[in-house]
Design a protein around this ligand. Structure first.
Ligand SMILES: N[C@@H](CCC(=O)N[C@@H](CS)C(=O)NCC(=O)O)C(=O)O
Length: 204
């Protein structure tokens, strides 16, 4: 049994999608970021960074969206959210997950939290757009998913960060292979269920 501390559409989204796709039993706890609930002393005991997501597994809390995603994939092998560990496909999966976590997510952090690091918006947008070009090239050549024919948890992360770009000057869906990828992913029952559960409407 899991408990996911989340905020609608936030970095918890990919983890939530993985729980749904894994058919895992879980409970949702909403963290009201606007009210500063992420800095509540009780919440900081679960996640000292004061961010979502936090995934509680058997009473023990874990943070970092990518790490939670990897954990869920490993704990639910029947759901095939990741290739087997001893394969080159797994190496590619690791690469994409870490690339999104290390390169794309931090750029979005700068975009959405401009007071943390004084980086000009055009520079952040350029970095994000470079990432879209890389993903678009990959999907056009080896799609329809990041690993080819199989939809995996790496795709959940890609979809999550693409969604974050919806109000940017050049949203990810301006890249044709990414647009097709988003349409395919959004047709999955898990995406529709996630929207219901998180109360999301934009970019449905
Ligand atoms: N590296 C972290 C980033 C998490 C993160 O930035 N979460 C944002 C929402 S998308 C958050 O909780 N923001 C509230 C705050 O920083 O006060 C992860 O992947 O879990």
């Amino acid at each position: 049994m899991y408990t996911l501390y989340y905020s609608p559409g936030a970095a918890s989204l990919a983890v939530h999608l993985a729980l749904l796709e894994a058919g895992a039993e879980y409970r949702l706890e909403r963290v009201d970021l606007d009210a500063g609930a992420q800095r509540d002393p009780d919440y900081l005991k679960l996640n000292p960074n004061g961010m979502v997501p936090t995934l509680v597994i058997e009473g023990r809390p874990f943070y970092e969206a990518a790490a939670c995603l990897i954990t869920i994939a490993d704990r639910h092998p029947a759901a095939a959210l990741a290739p087997r560990p001893d394969t080159l496909e797994r190496a590619a999966w690791n690469q994409w997950i870490i690339h999104i976590a290390n390169t794309v997510q931090p750029a979005f952090r700068m975009w959405f939290y401009p007071n943390e690091l004084p980086v000009p918006a055009e520079m952040i947008a350029a970095r994000i757009e470079t990432a879209w070009t890389r993903f678009d090239t990959q999907l056009a050549a080896n799609g329809p998913y990041l690993l080819g024919e199989a939809c995996t948890a790496a795709d959940f992360m890609l979809l999550m960060v693409m969604r974050w770009s919806r109000n940017m000057p050049r949203p990810a869906t301006e890249w044709p292979a990414l647009r097709a990828f988003a349409a395919r992913m959004k047709a999955r029952p898990s995406w529709k269920r996630l929207y219901e559960l998180e109360g999301l409407t934009e970019w449905a």
